[in-house]
Write a protein that binds this ligand. Sequence first.
Ligand code: MCA
Ligand code: AMP
Length: 493
Amino acid sequence: MLQIIQNAQKHLSKRAIISNGNAYTYQELLTASQEFASVILEDKQDLEESRVGFMVNPGFDYVKVQWAIWQAGGITVPMCLTHPLPSLEYVMEDTGASIVVVSPEYAPMLEQYTKDHHIRLIVLGSEEKVSLKELPNIDSLRRAMILFTSGTTNKPKGVVTTHDNLEAQISTLVSAWEWSDKDHTICVLPLHHVHGIVNVVSCSIWSGATCEFLNQFSAEEIFNLFQQGNINVFMAVPTIYYKLITYWESLPAEKQKALTECMSAFRLMVCGSAALPVSVMEKWKIISGHTLLERYGMTEIGMAISNPYHGERKAGYIGKPLPGVDVRLVNENYQDVHAGEPGEILVKGKNVFNEYWNKPEATAKEFTADGWFKTGDVAIVEDGYYRIMGRSSVDIIKSGGYKISALEIEEELRKHETIDDCAVVGIPNDEWGELIVCAMVVNNPSLNTDELNKWLRERMAAYKTPRKYLIVDELPRNAMGKVTKNDVKKLFA
Ligand code: MCA
Ligand code: AMP
């Protein structure tokens, strides 16, 4: 039996999940997920790694469906709740999903596509009652999950992790950050990325703790829940801490004081997914009494480097390699750099993903001959602590904690009849980390950029779309004719 499900047996009567005003025990989670596994299986004994897409709101149903797919022998493919249809179609098509499970509100959007492509659509709440089936035995070397990540190719790639990979990612964090069944956390992050799925939900449930859910981000609601006094562990991206600080600063002094008192009783507050600005870390310390624990991770590897739970958490640093994760810094020939020199971070360990789905060449390209995963992030070690210095590709943007490919946006924009050419870059921004902006050459200067953005949002997730557009006569290029992205950034200075 999968370890996370085995662990639940030890906490049957404990609260596992609180969502939509209801509390659910581990027993309820086990029973509901086994029942739903039987629904998914129909007349089969084992899904044998069929891909099952699911577009389910954060909360009890999400975890129930996730566990059901695993117990039925399928691979979970979490789908983003805010993606427009073309992005969802890409995920279903790329993974060859044969089943898709949805919360009722997403059914109308997917009905036609799933029907046309002979995909079984299961709408939560409308499934037929079936008798409990005997569930297959799942080997931990089997594939468990596919998450989509943007990279230096224009279309996102499916990152495949096995149950073993996930168990390594979870158990390392549980022990490094001392999770226990006394913990109570809140998930405010989207559940199609590692941060929410692994670090928050899975670590909490692995440990027998309680995980509460918010349907969507709201600073006010987060603070209201904090004030109820149950939550003691909180994890978020820098943009969320920035937004919480802004909201806290707008409150009357009395309310501020009450919040500060309640947060100072927390056990742990963690930040990651993008660089945590020192100013945010310092302000948060004043507001909450906590020195944020910053850590570094990636969809392909889970978490690799972390500041210590006990010991000094250094502002501007991501910490030291986690136990069980091997890390090296190398030069462009993949040889170790000398101490104190910057180099690309390479990672090896059970935490590292299996493959990019159906992309053997892309997979081979991202590993060295002796099996080290190339992160593309450049770091330096100072006094034993790693500090991120940048990324090897200017085409990868981090905005609001999301990793976004400039090439994917450019390719879509070039399909617009008015745009002859364009260049998308990320420029520094206090709130979002980087802000996505676009310089473009157009054949009709009266182009309305609000209309353009609306057009783009029908094709890709809103969080990927540029926040500023600049019409230029030509894009800056080098002698070889290649667009020089650093010069494009300067256009927005
Ligand atoms: C949204 N808005 C933006 C951006 N996104 N503006 C500029 N840049 C952006 N990136 C605008 C919207 O257009 C809208 O304005 C307004 O903000 C609110 O939009 P909404 O989508 O409702 O935003 P939100 O709900 O406030 O979301 C902000 C957020 C969200 C909560 C910070 O971006 C988020 O959940 N980020 C976390 C992503 C994450 O989990 N990343 C982890 C992946 P208007 O109405 O005017 O249009 S990385 C990972 O997993 C690795 C392993 C790791 O290390 O953790
Ligand atoms: P993703 O693949 O969406 O999971 O994004 C992973 C990327 O986020 C990494 O390759 C880093 O560039 C970035 N990242 C994650 N954590 C941090 C951090 N603490 N500081 C700076 N960058 C980070």
